[in-house]
Design a protein around this ligand. Structure first.
Ligand SMILES: Cc1cc2nc3c(=O)[nH]c(=O)nc-3n(C[C@H](O)[C@H](O)[C@H](O)COP(=O)(O)OP(=O)(O)OC[C@H]3O[C@@H](n4cnc5c(N)ncnc54)[C@H](O)[C@@H]3O)c2cc1C
Length: 432
């Protein structure tokens, strides 16, 4: 039996009454789906969660899978930098859950998960509780806004988009660039590593420069990067910026891109459109602050965040939390050694986790994983670059397999073709 959104809301309406704003009111103590057999509850229907839900059902259809996701559709961050540059429609980045849930008998609940009662093995949602035998958490990231003075979590992103979760924020940044005068200044800040998508900020710089070159050639993008260097594909990015956007590492006044490393934003004045790095202030027409990051909020409420108060320590073979037995954490929120916080990595972790959740539920030994990751970045509308790696677990730690990966030899049109194939395949895999 599967429960679609309409019948789920009907069920809530019948049993609980509808609140003033049309929001179902139901006690959190209310078990909304009484459990009959073995059940896994997957939290978060993004890059990790959709794949974990699907592969558990594919590996053992006798296990019931409930996927809890707060949004109706999923909007992909990969390829959202192209939307900002006006090279892609956000609709192409948007997938629904209908086919995935129907094809694999996954029960979908649209609700926000507010906590996990690890002792009682219950996921607490805004719609009631759901019991589980094992839970898989893939909630992505949340932001450490409090590290930037003057940043108001509610109002600042309305004026200064982060666009680091795709959706309305992506469109706001795109529209601000479109509305800017030729000759304007775009300021962008990159947080200290680790953050979601290591090459993502540098692809965004390239895409904004591409937009400026073709639409507002007298303008400039000024970048403050909190890091000492670009962690991923530095040589290729800088080569591409020099080739296409007149970038000069020695003279920031030249070209469309002025890039500064070791420059960390400490303060923002959203009204005055000004940022400050403790040494100087910079006024800009459009500002894009990518805030420092941590695990998704629910990871904190579930008690699975480690001593660093940022990310979730997990067993590297099963992705079971080191702090909450029976709860597995995958994707951006988890610590997986050198694996980047990428959609590709979340997909790979989800498959390994799904397989080992099934092994554990069938009283079998977990299987040693092997992971792969490839991250493509666009430099122009036609040329892209990539970085790839293979990972394995040795003595309980995830390590890169020596000589297994590397970066693409140069900027290339073929890499852009591969990138397009990748996004099509991965979004299809998540949505069917
Ligand atoms: C600009 C940009 C470009 C990128 N480009 C690439 C790329 O080219 N290649 C690549 O591999 N990666 C890329 N990434 C990284 C990629 O987006 C993430 O690594 C990936 O989304 C992580 O997957 P996840 O499952 O951890 O989180 P997500 O995919 O964000 O999924 C989390 C889901 O959980 C839901 N959720 C969260 N909390 C709750 C809750 N309490 N209750 C219910 N639901 C909840 C959210 O609504 C969301 O649907 C990019 C990121 C950015 C920002």
């Amino acid at each position: 039996m599967s429960i679609d959104r309409r019948s789920f809301i009907k069920l809530l309406g019948a049993s609980a009454g509808i609140g003033l704003a049309g929001v179902p009111m139901i006690s959190v103590a209310n078990e909304i789906m009484p459990k009959k057999g073995r059940r896994v509850v997957v939290i978060g229907g993004g890059y990790g969660g959709t794949i974990a839900a699907k592969y558990i059902r594919m590996s053992d259809p006798s296990i019931e899978v409930v996927l809890v996701e707060q949004n109706k559709d999923f909007v992909s961050c990969p390829f959202s930098n192209l939307v900002i540059a006006g090279l892609r429609d956000l609709k192409e980045n948007t997938i629904s859950y209908e086919k995935l849930t129907a094809n694999h008998g996954i029960k979908l609940v649209h609700a926000e998960v507010t906590s996990i009662d690890v002792g009682a093995k219950k996921v607490v949602t805004s719609a009631g509780t759901i019991s589980y035998d094992r839970a898989v958490l893939s909630p992505g990231i949340s932001f450490r806004f409090d590290e930037i003075e003057g940043y108001d979590e509610k109002t600042t992103p309305e004026v200064i988009p982060h666009a680091w979760k795709a959706g309305p924020q992506t469109l706001l940044l795109r529209d601000q660039l479109r509305a800017m005068k030729d000759g304007g200044v775009v300021a962008m800040t990159v947080p200290q590593s680790p953050f979601r998508c290591p090459p993502g900020p540098y692809e965004r710089i390239s895409m904004i420069a591409h937009y400026l070159k073709h639409n507002k050639p007298n303008s400039k993008i000024v970048v403050w990067d909190a890091n000492e260097k670009i962690a991923s594909k530095e040589g290729l990015f800088k080569k591409g910026w020099a080739k296409h956007y007149g970038y000069d590492a020695k003279d920031a006044s030249k070209g469309l891109i002025a890039y500064h490393s070791n420059s960390k934003i400490v303060k923002v004045d959203a009204k005055g459109k000004e940022i400050d790095n403790g040494v100087e202030a910079l006024k800009a027409d459009v500002i894009n602050i990518i805030p420092p990051q941590k695990a998704g909020h629910i990871a904190f409420h579930a008690g699975v965040v480690g001593e660093d108060k940022k990310w979730c320590p997990v067993d590297q073979i099963t992705f079971e939390s080191k702090l909450a037995p029976g709860v597995h954490v995958i994707g951006d929120s988890c610590m997986a050694g050198p694996m980047p916080k990428s959609g590709y990595a979340a997909n790979s972790q989800a498959k390994v986790c799904a397989l080992n959740v099934v092994q554990l539920l069938n009283d079998k030994a977990p299987i040693d994983p092997s992971h792969v990751n490839v991250c493509y970045s666009y430099i122009t509308d036609k040329e892209a670059v990539s970085v790839s790696a293979v990972y394995k677990v040795a003595e309980g730690k995830t390590i890169s397999v020596p000589n297994s990966g590397g970066v693409s030899p140069d900027l290339s049109e073929l890499e852009a073709v591969y990138a397009k194939g990748w996004i099509k395949n991965i979004l299809t895999e998540m949505s069917s």
